[in-house]
Design a binder for this molecule. Structure first.
Ligand SMILES: NC(=O)C1=CN([C@@H]2O[C@H](COP(=O)(O)OP(=O)(O)OC[C@H]3O[C@@H](n4cnc5c(N)ncnc54)[C@H](OP(=O)(O)O)[C@@H]3O)[C@@H](O)[C@H]2O)C=CC1
Ligand SMILES: N[C@@H](CC=O)C(=O)O
Ligand code: NA
Length: 432
């Protein structure tokens, strides 16, 4: 008996997925038992690199999620709607769902999992985080014996590609973004990549799995890479750092009230740190747990083939269950998702981190002293303060702090801003 797939979307990832399913030879024999029964797209006349028998492709996506012959719906449309409604409809028709849609899961995961648990179906999403990197299943299963303390990742391929090209080749931001779009890495609206929203979706999903609680997507503090300038990349390099867009979920286990830091922002990472050498479209997720210690997952974070690899492995997981036990009676708790409470989130002003800040100042005696005094008055201790050079008439000063409370740092900056000798503060970045 063949297992029938309804594929929603035949874009970058949909095409990669179809290519694997249509060419099973040399792969796991289970693939030979999976057929693509229907494919839903928006523009039926678009040229495609995969072909189907007539009648397989349709623009009527509801007819796919309602089709009684289909066992598994694979949602690869992107965007919030109609993806969310179609996933829910598929679940209500007792179909298992595989999706790569982190935007939907990060926002509507609760609703979707509740519906799936009620209907007794699986919703698997390995492709939603880290593209081809296995990270969802390891967090659910292989690392389940650990108490997770931190998850720190480079989880967006597009921005890592852009930052890498800017760092290694001095490339122009807009040119590299266009290249990433061409290569199929970027979201349909690349704002989601560039402004850190995609990475925020992903860390919300990882945090929920790692820390065992629901996460409100709006609780993830988020800054993108638009403010990272060529000058900062050069100064960071001189100071021994590279700049990466990091997604961070950091627990406070052991403290009286357990809270979670959830943040996405460009970060100076020491060149000796394992995440510093993750370049191009590659992603990496460093998970720290007890008693395991650190483990790092590394691989291609976007693109047709790698992402499809994760999609198809989820499909195979479900097919293997259906094949060995028949229709699902009870969901495997290590594959399904049930969280009762919401994680308590630390406000960004309360986090402790190091900072890098760049100041343009009047070239007058004592400026470095003014900066030092203002920081000192707000308990911000400095690791280094150096005048890097000049921009026209203005002196350029770079400060790196020790670990400080973000709220105190912000208060010091507000005071510094009002000093007559300070022209502007072009960059403020956190340091890992
Ligand atoms: N690209 C990547 O590297 C990765 C993507 N993802 C996720 O995978 C999903 C798909 O991404 P990707 O393949 O890049 O996206 P694409 O934009 O390349 O493909 C989207 C597909 O969905 C179809 N589609 C979209 N909206 C509708 C609609 N309203 N009605 C009918 N068809 C529709 C499009 O139809 P048509 O072809 O007719 O235009 C197209 O086939 C997204 O959730 C994305 O976040 C996850 C990891 C990596
Ligand atoms: N646009 C995303 C695609 C994969 O999730 C990225 O660049 O990482
Ligand atoms: Na993955």
């Amino acid at each position: 008996m063949a297992f029938k797939i309804g594929l929603l979307g035949l874009g970058t990832v949909g095409t990669g997925t179809a290519q694997i399913l249509l060419d099973p030879s040399g792969r796991n024999p289970l693939l030979e038992e999976i057929v693509i029964h229907r494919v839903g797209v928006r523009s039926p006349d678009k040229p495609r690199s995969v072909e189907f028998l007539s009648g397989v492709m349709t623009t009527d996506l509801e007819s796919i999620v309602n089709d009684p012959d289909i066992d598994i719906v694979v949602e690869l449309l992107g965007g919030l709607e109609p993806a969310r409604s179609l996933i829910l409809q598929a679940i209500n028709h007792k179909k298992h769902v595989v999706t790569a849609n982190k935007a939907v899961i990060a926002r509507y995961g609760d609703e979707i999992y509740a519906a799936a648990n009620k209907a007794g179906v699986y919703v698997l999403l390995e492709a939603a985080v880290g593209g081809g990197i296995p990270i969802i299943k390891p967090l659910k299963q292989s690392l389940g014996a650990n108490r997770i303390n931190n998850i720190i990742g480079i989880v967006n391929g597009t921005t890592n590609y852009i930052l890498t090209q800017m760092t290694l080749y001095g490339a122009d931001f807009d040119d590299v973004l266009a290249e990433a779009q061409q290569l199929g890495y970027a979201e349909a609206d690349p704002t989601a990549d560039v402004d850190g929203l995609d990475a925020a979706d992903k860390i919300a999903i990882l945090a929920s799995l790692g820390f065992g609680g629901k996460v409100k997507r709006e609780d993830v503090y988020c800054e993108g890479i638009r403010q990272v300038s060529a000058a900062d990349i050069i100064y960071a390099d001189k100071l021994g750092f590279v700049i990466k867009l990091l997604a961070i979920a950091k627990g406070s286990r052991g403290e009286a009230s357990e809270t979670l830091q959830l943040r996405v922002h460009p970060t100076l990472v020491s060149k000796t740190h394992p995440l510093a050498n993750i370049n191009g479209v590659y992603n990496a997720i460093l998970v720290e747990g007890s008693p395991l210690g650190q483990v790092m997952f590394y691989g291609p974070g976007a693109g047709a083939g790698p992402t499809a690899s994760s999609v198809v492995s989820d499909v195979m997981n479900i097919v293997a269950i259906l094949k060995s036990s028949g229709p699902v009676q009870t969901l495997d708790p290590l594959l399904s998702c049930v969280h009762q409470h919401y994680c308590q989130i630390t406000p960004i002003e309360a986090i402790e981190t190091r900072f890098y800040a760049r100041f343009l100042t009047e070239d007058v005696p004592g400026v470095i002293g003014y900066l030092g005094t203002s920081f000192g008055q707000h308990q911000v201790s400095l690791e280094s303060i150096v005048q890097i050079g000049f921009q026209g008439e203005l002196a350029e000063i770079v400060v790196v702090t020790h670990n400080v409370c973000e709220g105190n740092f912000r208060k010091a900056l507000a005071e510094i801003h009002s000093l007559e000798a300070i022209n502007s503060i072009p960059s403020i970045l956190r340091v890992l």
